[in-house]
Design a binder for this molecule. Structure first.
Ligand code: AMP
Ligand code: MG
Length: 315
């Protein structure tokens, strides 16, 4: 058996036997196991070297997803109807059947219906949800191709279901409920504007320090090995020949081979889809430093800036 392929049958049989399969989604590739089975779930934590206090998101098809929670507030139902399948995770009270290994001891669980045809077909054949964090070692840049997964977790995963490049390219937006009111815990592939167009004003609780309620919000995350410097203006950066510049769309007066564009056509969705592949490329390139300018804080620019800020804290 090749480790990478498009066989739903292979993926499903490994998962039913409590193995690990990397799955394509529209956000990033996930490292999936049976979310009802503590053994599979512990394998995920160990493969990623993920701290046990960082809860997993579970994935299921639209007809089954609410089987895994015990209560659905009206506004959660509205968001689910509008945005699933899609890059939205809802944090809701868990059903008893979800083990505490999956939720890191919490009584809530993050649930999502991913928007990718191969994975949706796989999920339609499974009678359990897939626990699936991003398929990368903890705190590194998330994978957006099958090759990214193989590069880092090739020895840890039993099979990679190859669904091409992820077309959203950054993680899901996470929405929970506190005293019945919606709260955004993590910015992501669904913009605040889109969420608010359906359920009205939403509180933001985005943390830039380690936060037990949403540990994925840890300060250093999504980070390349090389120093990444985030600037408001390129004049702030100390330039030398070993520095690569990541630009949204503007051109600088320096060598063109040190300039890398997220979207020449000024498109935030394209920028999000390019971001991680570009950072991975630069991380193994000859450049020794990566300088990125903050994007305007609108649409997916807000979520991209969030990831860059976390990636930058190492430098
Ligand atoms: P990822 O590693 O991209 O799959 O995202 C998982 C993240 O979702 C975690 O690190 C948390 O920030 C968040 N999350 C998952 N489950 C919960 C939960 N029950 N309560 C709050 N946040 C959660
Ligand atoms: Mg992750």
């Amino acid at each position: 058996m090749s480790k990478v392929g498009t066989s739903i049958e292979t993926a499903s049989s490994i998962l039913k036997n409590n193995g690990l399969v990397a799955i394509p989604t529209e956000t990033v590739y996930g490292l999936a196991g049976n979310g009802l089975n503590p053994i599979s779930v512990l394998k995920i934590f160990s493969a990623k070297k993920r701290p046990s206090f960082d809860p997993l998101i579970i994935h299921s098809s639209k007809d089954k997803i609410f089987n895994w929670v015990s209560y659905v507030p009206d506004k959660a139902q509205l968001l689910a109807d509008k945005f699933w399948p899609g890059p939205l995770t809802l944090v809701l009270p868990k059903a008893d059947i979800i083990p505490y290994e999956t939720t890191s001891g919490l009584d809530t669980v993050g649930v999502r219906v991913p928007r990718h045809s191969l994975t949706l077909e796989l999920l339609s054949q499974l009678d359990f949800p897939l626990a699936a964090p991003s398929a990368n070692p903890f705190s590194y840049i998330s994978p957006t191709t099958a090759q990214h997964v193989i590069d880092q977790l090739g020895n840890e995963v039993d099979y990679v279901l190859d669904g091409g490049s992820c077309n959203v390219g950054i993680e899901s937006t996470i929405v929970g409920f506190e005293k019945g009111q919606p709260v955004i815990y993590r910015l992501g592939g669904l913009s605040i504007e889109e969420i608010e167009s359906v359920i009205g004003k939403v509180e933001l609780q985005i943390n830039y320090s380690s936060n037990p309620k949403a540990p994925g919000m840890a300060k250093v995350h999504y980070a390349p090995q090389k120093p990444l410097v985030l600037v408001d203006d390129f004049s702030e950066a100390v330039d030398d020949a070993h520095t690569a510049y990541v630009l949204f769309n503007e051109q600088l007066e320096i060598d063109s081979n040190r300039q890398f564009f997220l979207s020449k056509s000024d498109n935030y969705f394209e920028a999000a889809a390019q971001l991680y592949a570009l950072l991975r490329y630069l991380d193994i390139s000859e450049f020794s430093k990566i300088v990125v300018k903050r994007l305007p804080d609108i649409s997916l620019g807000t979520a991209i800036n969030d990831r860059l800020l976390r990636a930058a804290t190492k430098s």
